[in-house]
Design a binder for this molecule. Structure first.
Ligand SMILES: Nc1nc2c(c(=O)[nH]1)N[C@H]1C(S)=C(S)[C@@H](COP(=O)(O)O)O[C@H]1N2
Ligand SMILES: [Mo]
Length: 345
């Protein structure tokens, strides 16, 4: 097939998937709305009630069976991944794909990184507000001058996106999480005394100026994670790949915030952009932690479409995925706003 025909076919297919997907999201969000009828009152004879119960049981059994994978299916999935040296359920993309909501930090919101990171003006805010008097509006600002002396080289990182593509062999210069946290702890104590830093933080909550937010669990980010300040050669990362951004190799890509501008170290879980509609709280690659429990079916369907296209069209599919993803992000944003369901907290 000619490339143009392939792209057109991929487009048509993914548009359909998105429209179907949006309908399902709408249903899913709508069904969880405040006026869902939880306990319908039925007036059935004992015999009819039995029949209904039998039907329901049968449906439930069918659903269970559809969910279970046979050991052979599991093994095949694992084997396919092993052949590529990738985690289960991932396919190799030759290039490091740029993937985000399509909202880029603008000149107005974030002059430091519009176009390219203005390294002299870049800063990262650490917010310590824990809702008490000691920490109220207390914060800290880190600059690149703070971070550069702490940077190390990270070679051969594999990038795993939750939608099923992976890239191998990425290299970075970055500040290891341990060093970053220790630096923040010391600087916070120096500037604000001992009460702002909570030793027992559990979640790293990352935000960027265009509105992306994402929580990542302490143990996971400490497991080889780092704040990337340059590529392996020491050149700045492109703005498309997030300029100065987090990289958490044990987690799926959505946990690593691009253009990160603010951090909070939280004692309790708080959902971010994707966790509100689709994604798992932890997101560990080794445990296949992709989707939130009740949203799994829809997103599994959508990412299967994605995998299908990736398998058939290879990297030709990347721009289609990017644009479809951006359209999907707009739909989700619209639904979030209009249904006002699923609060951030
Ligand atoms: N600010 C921001 N960070 C983000 C995203 C985003 O949309 N906005 N997308 C996430 C997702 S889903 C992935 S896979 C990676 C993609 O990073 P890349 O574009 O450098 O491949 O960034 C993550 N971080
Ligand atoms: Mo992703």
């Amino acid at each position: 097939m000619k490339t143009a025909a392939k792209v057109a076919a991929a487009w048509a297919g993914s548009s359909l998937a998105i429209i179907a997907g949006a309908a399902v999201v709408l249903l899913y969000l709508g069904a969880g709305g405040p006026d869902a009828d939880d306990e319908a009152i039925l007036d059935l004879s004992a015999e009819d009630a039995k029949k209904v119960q039998a039907l329901v049981d049968k449906k439930l059994r069918l659903r269970e069976r559809a969910r279970e994978k046979t050991p052979e299916q599991e093994a095949r999935k694992q084997q396919r991944a092993n052949d590529l040296g990738l985690p289960a359920g991932q396919l190799l993309a030759r290039k490091w794909i740029v993937l985000d909501l399509g909202y880029r930090p603008t000149q107005v919101q974030y002059p430091e990184i519009a176009g390219a990171v203005d390294e002299a003006r870049w800063s990262l805010k650490i917010a310590f507000d824990h809702g008490d008097e000691n920490t109220k509006s207390k914060s800290l600002t880190l600059t690149l001058a703070d971070l550069r002396p702490l940077a190390q080289t990270f070679g051969d990182v594999t990038w795993n996106c939750v939608t099923g593509w992976s890239t191998k062999g990425l290299c970075f210069k970055g500040v290891p999480m341990q060093e970053l946290v220790e630096f923040i702890r010391e600087k916070a104590t120096q500037e604000h005394g001992s009460k702002v830093w909570h030793e027992d933080w559990r979640w790293l909550f990352q935000s960027s100026p265009e509105g992306y937010t994402v929580p990542a669990y302490r143990e996971d980010v400490m497991d080889g994670g780092f704040l990337a300040i340059a590529d392996g050669n020491g050149d700045p990362l492109s703005i498309e790949h997030g300029g100065i951004r987090f990289v958490f190799p044990t987690l799926y890509g959505w946990k690593s915030c691009k253009w990160v501008s603010e951090l909070a170290f939280l004692p309790k879980y708080r959902k971010g952009w994707w966790e509100r509609v689709a994604c798992h709280s932890r997101g560990r690659v080794a445990f296949d932690e992709r989707w939130a429990k009740d949203a799994g079916a829809f997103w599994t369907l959508l990412s299967s479409c994605n995998m299908f296209y990736l398998r058939v069209f290879g990297d030709t599919f990347a721009p289609v995925m990017q644009i479809s993803g951006q359209i999907l992000a707009r739909i989700v944003d619209f639904l979030k706003a209009s249904l006002r369901l699923h609060n951030d907290q």
